[in-house]
Write a protein that binds this ligand. Sequence first.
Ligand code: ADP
Ligand code: MG
Length: 582
Amino acid sequence: MRKFKTESKKLLDLMINSIYTNREIFLRELISNASDAVDKLYFRSLTDKDIQLGKDELAIRVSYDKDARTVTVSDSGIGMTKDELDRNLGTIAHSDSLAFKLDNAEAQGDDVDIIGQFGVGFYSAFMVAKSVRVVSRAYGSDEAWAWESDGVEGYSIQEAERAGHGTDIILTLKDDSENDTYDTFLSEYGLKSLIKRYSNYVRYPVQMEVSKSREKPKPEDAGDDYTPEYETYFELDTINSMVPIWKRNKSEVAEEEYNEFYKTDFHDFADPARTFSVHAEGALSYDALLFIPGRAPFDLYSKDFKKGLALYSSNVLIMEKCEELLPDHYNFVRGVVDSQDLTLNISRETLQHNSQLRAIGRKIEKKITSELQKMRDNDREEYEKFFENFGRGLKFGIYTSYGMLKDQLADLLLFYSAKQERLVTLPEYVEAMPEGQKAIYYAAGESIDRLGKLPVVKTVLGKGYDVLLCTQDVDEFCFQSMMTYGPEPELDAEDKPIEGTGPKELKNVASGDLDLASEEEKKEAEEAAKENEALFAAMKDALGDAVTSVAVSSRLTDAPACISAAGPISLEMERIMAQMPD
Ligand code: ADP
Ligand code: MG
């Protein structure tokens, strides 16, 4: 049998130019490798008492030189021997880190969290670099070696110098006269924001010399009119926050810390209305930290709004907004999901199996529902505020699912009750229904005020029945897709439904026959219709095509006449649909 030979040049080209959609992830990959190298040495130190690691040796350093166009990532980790440089960086898709992880799977426990697994991350450096130099000295060795490549033909390995164990990855960035994206990597701000975005929760400190400003000391002979002078100086700062807030014990994190995390990471100036978490263990274990914002983002109902949760794997950001983790009706929820068990795609930008995301998403959806129920039951004022912000999305959820989501969402809705003059839930409406009321009544229109004045609303209220006054465009569509609301009917001894129990019809007071009149009233109306037959015919004649018929109604109290819709589409719906774009 013949062995396949790899066309390594083509493979390298593929690796560099086709795997990643985003060039800036090169820094994430190099920092992840540095973290793995420190992790490996740390792991060794756990069993080898001769290895004493200083705090400094755990740090990962990032620096840049604007004139030389270099970006350097250094670690004091396990380092690589000449052979290892050759094997690890000379073979595409060879991952020593994966082998390490598998070898030590049992022993490492929580102390080590190796990120590498595909053996391609390193090559992402060539997306931005025209050449890469790796200077490395393996722990315990006194020789250092330098690996160098332009990412096209091949690489060289030569003797080098390095003070201690560890590795420096030195990238010489491509010149790019057309766009200045590479130049952002040659700035303090650019590198800092990449570290924060992708490597904020890497478990070792990622440090950078940052420029700061301070007041110069006041000279002895300074007079009264002295104005302070400032000078710039450099200081080594740790850029990442390391311990993810969602992995800390909930009881040890102050609410203020959660709020700060929410505001910084999700760019909001208001505190979240609610913070809650999910912790799952088993075949697919993960942590999720979720927030219900305190206000609606201005673009919530625009096409540009993107739902999703941030997805982390082994403390490294995979996706900023993973859509699969949130259903549309909970698109307003923000937060993070972190799991070590995800099977990542080779670029680490997506997952191989979306079924994993769906499983997590389902659990998160349930948790959000129960959190909203808790808020509704325990903190009504806060819930009403929430509903004002995001209630429209819940109603849309019912409407766009053709009522399928009714069981999950209907009890979370609030409507204005004409009778109680406050917001009520559907269970509260049903609970307050007087005996004999068969349906749930609602009216839709522009304002509570105007709806309250409608003759037909007054008639229904006059019967002692409440009317829900709906002012949002989606309300009527939502009710029509639900058709009924309430629990299944109770059964009597013979398994027959007991009258008066069971789901209640949702009835728009403006359309169709409300069936409110008593036998006596019906008779009266019939007589009035007969007596005035000629009058109605004349009215219909005068109005022509503007109406389909003129008839006696039993739904009027003090008003002499009203307009009512004949079909299932109410006048209000007609108005909304006329405003919709084609
Ligand atoms: P992966 O991290 O998925 O294994 P990479 O292409 O990123 O793949 O790296 C390939 C291998 O090179 C790693 O498995 C590791 O053995 C070695 N390596 C890369 N960077 C370093 C480093 N900073 N220190 C020590 N070894 C490294
Ligand atoms: Mg790697």
